[in-house]
Design a protein around this ligand. Structure first.
Ligand SMILES: [Zn+2]
Length: 436
């Protein structure tokens, strides 16, 4: 497996005092443009431990997920954290000052598809990463570090692993009602959007409870369920959150998408931004949906449609009978596409410092993601998953009509390897001419 070596280090001045400042350094090779010197923003704890965590997180976010990271650090704390994060999870580290950044580091590492190897940084290898960490502290502005973080952790320090989303929702709702009326209004507004969109598309009116239940579906991975939950609560650091009075002017700039000049909120990110990403992904999703020949036509999706897609209820023409597979495809297609748009947007803004992706890269990423999703469905029909196994019939109904060379596949294609969705590279290329 291809590997990338990176050495990380941290530096902190006046640690433990109120004006402490910390920096993180990432060193790949001499003159490598990926070398980074990052000053920790003030919402992260200013300490050496936090700096070490930020350095590793930046490495995890920056390095191509196909390449295995070979990480070198002199921090015992980080080495033991990465080798056995559950230990710290059990010890309620989330409530500690470095909790936010560690949780976020864990998420970044878990998002990678290749393993991370960790080794001790030798004395003679320390110079470069340490110099980068030190240099960061004297920078004028802090670096942008995205710590997308369920808000319950910020305020309660409770263990997320034992907290169900509905419990978390209750807690946040209670807190919001007390402290932050504005935030509650944002959640309600999103729920109203969902309701209207579901009424429009599927002709029924869901309750809020039905929505919270629908996004907890086992059809999504935990990170995707959290993503929907976070957007609905407007809990990610996007858009107008950066305009709060307490924000410094250089942070307030982050409210605006530098390319489009508009408020960079989820509506913008998922449905409007002109940087190569969302438009191409929705076009590809639309091409796949059209193969399904559904009674629900593909059309522009509003934020409420995206959030509400888990509530899809597509019925057979002229009847009340719900087409379970077709409804399921709608949900998977839309939510997984939205999640990819968000992931790629974060890579672009944070790791790539706003350098746009090429259209081809966006296409490749979406196709790979859909094929992986299809493969997971196939694997989950295996009896060894017991109660958790998916029914073959459901999987076949979900993907029926959308597969590559479907006519030549055996009747039960779920056990055949290498079944792909019927969208391949270049399919939408001519329609996106002029870019890349
Ligand atoms: Zn934009």
């Amino acid at each position: 497996m291809a590997q990338v070596q990176v050495a990380t280090a941290a530096s902190c001045i006046r640690e433990g005092e109120s004006d402490a400042r910390a920096g993180a350094g990432l060193f790949f090779q001499e003159a490598n443009q990926l070398n980074r010197s990052a000053k920790l923003p003030l919402f992260v704890n200013q300490s050496k431990k936090a700096g070490e965590a930020v350095a590793v997180k930046l490495a995890a976010d920056t390095i191509d997920p196909k390449l295995s990271i070979h990480l070198k650090t002199s921090s015992k704390f980080i080495r033991s954290f990465i080798e056995s994060p559950s230990k710290l999870e059990d010890e309620d580290f989330l409530g500690k000052p470095t909790g936010i950044i560690l949780k976020s580091l864990l998420t970044s590492l878990r998002m990678r598809i290749t393993p991370t190897l960790i080794k001790e940084l030798k004395r003679n290898e320390k110079t470069h990463p340490e110099a980068l960490a030190k240099a960061a502290i004297s920078k004028t502005g802090a670096s942008y570090i995205n710590i997308s973080q369920p808000p319950t952790l910020r305020v309660t320090g409770a263990k997320l692993s034992v907290m169900t989303q509905s419990l978390a929702y209750k807690m946040i709702k209670a807190q919001q009602a007390k402290k932050d009326g504005n935030k509650r209004i944002r959640t309600e507004r999103n729920l109203e959007r969902v309701k209207e969109c579901v009424e429009d598309k599927f002709g029924y009116s869901p309750t809020y409870e039905a929505f919270w239940k629908a996004i907890r579906t086992k059809d999504f991975e935990r990170k995707v369920r959290d993503f929907l939950w976070m957007i609905t609560h407007d809990a990610y650091w996007t858009g107008t959150h950066w305009l709060r009075d307490s924000m410094k002017p250089e942070l307030k700039e982050r409210a605006i998408c530098p390319l489009c000049g508009k408020i960079d909120d989820f509506r913008h990110i998922l449905t409007e931004c002109e940087s190569p990403g969302q438009a191409t992904i929705w076009k590809l999703a639309g091409s796949l949906w059209e193969m399904k020949k559904s009674t629900i036509p593909w059309a522009y999706l509003a934020l409420g449609d995206i959030l509400g897609s888990s509530l899809a209820r597509i019925t057979a023409p002229g009847t009340e009978r719900v087409l379970v597979g077709e409804s399921r495809l709608w949900k998977i297609l839309i939510v997984e596409s939205a999640y990819l748009i968000w992931t790629m947007r974060c890579e672009r803004v944070i790791a790539n410092e706003h350098a746009p992706f090429s259209e081809m890269e966006v296409e490749n990423r979406w196709i790979r993601m859909m094929n992986e999703r299809l493969e997971i469905d196939c694997q989950m029909t295996d009896g060894r998953y017991g109660k958790k196994a998916l029914s073959k019939k459901l999987v076949m109904q979900t993907w029926k009509g959308t597969l590559k060379d479907e006519g030549t596949l055996p009747e039960d294609w779920t056990t055949k390897s290498g079944v792909l969705v019927g969208i391949s590279r270049g399919q939408s290329r001519e329609e996106v001419s002029g870019v890349g």
